[in-house]
Design a protein around this ligand. Sequence first.
Ligand SMILES: Nc1ncnc2c1ncn2[C@@H]1O[C@H](COP(=O)(O)OP(=O)(O)O)[C@@H](O)[C@H]1O
Ligand code: SF4
Ligand SMILES: [Mg+2]
Length: 368
Amino acid sequence: MTTNPEDSLAEVGDVPPSTLPASRADKIGHRFLEVRDLRVHFPTDDGIVKSVDDLSFGVDRGQTLGIVGESGSGKSVTSLSVMGLHKKGTARISGEVLLDGENLVGASEERVRGLRGKRMAMIFQDPLSAMHPYYTVGSQIIEAYRIHNKVTKQVARKHAIDMLDRVGIPNPKSRADDYPHQFSGGMRQRAMIAMALSCDPELLIADEPTTALDVTVQAQILDLIRDLQQEFNSAVIIITHDLGVVAELADDIMVMYAGRAVEYSTASEIFNSPQHPYTWGLLRSMPRLDRERTARLVPIKGTPPSLINVPDGCPFNPRCPHTALTGGASHSEVPVLRDLGHGHRAACHLSAADRARLWNDNEGQTSG
Ligand SMILES: Nc1ncnc2c1ncn2[C@@H]1O[C@H](COP(=O)(O)OP(=O)(O)O)[C@@H](O)[C@H]1O
Ligand code: SF4
Ligand SMILES: [Mg+2]
């Protein structure tokens, strides 16, 4: 522990500003999860896959961070890194993952395993990957609960049934004895949420929790995550390829492209004053209530780059219609994530005037 006040000041000064949207700047150094300069590379026969590069973000308890980006942008690799779930020897990981101040990068597997469940839990994109097919749903929740709570099987079973009830599973007492394949997709997702939440985790990461579900069930699952967060005051990260999913839930949003953060700010800034051409693309391809019904939805042209051969300069340059305005910089210099004011961060070479003009023109086109 630090006793010298000068040392503790030095610690505060060490926090990279890029992890702190302005609204949270007062909590400098106190964020429950603080990820700094995370880099995750996978050596493969075809070359090094740079899945995550120089990523810094954070979230407090009681708050929700949305991480948004198309498929392949590094969202799941990021969440597996936080949870310490990459298979040993497959990934080269550097940077810091500070959970309540404790760095998990380089911590022993045993230590990180001990934190999973109670301090941090994850809802996976595919519930079948998180559940064992040969054990009943109830027994898996009981097992997860008993790892962290010294209680009898009966007490744990009652808790599991309560949790299944909380997540809206009808007849939880009898459904607890069903196997995962006997549940529908939506029910399986709920059961996995029950399992993830059974130990009241302080950090919950939900990786595309609604992707496979129909719209009504999606809304119910998101409500459920919100209710449970309020009840347990958890820090929540919701990962999605769809900005619409986090529109109402997130306090902050980080937009990822090709393994990097390209824009990071409060949700209201991202929706009302987006600053990056990629975010504009995501917004234009998403139906919005505040737009005329006739507004066109415009998908982003092209596909994300290979993370083995990321283009020189800005990784978005092959798909960006505005490169001509940057005097060649889009093709030669990697834009850094920089503060544009109010803690709103974006990584783009466009001038402030060009960004303002382009976004206004763009809004004019899509709301007409
Ligand atoms: N174990 C691995 N080995 C090699 N490449 C991987 C591995 N896991 C993920 N990747 C690659 O990392 C990139 C990011 O993947 P991912 O984080 O799953 O994207 P997202 O969740 O945003 O869709 C992809 O190009 C993917 O192929
Ligand atoms: S840096 Fe250039 S290519 Fe990248 S988003 Fe900005 S204008 Fe587009
Ligand atoms: Mg994913």
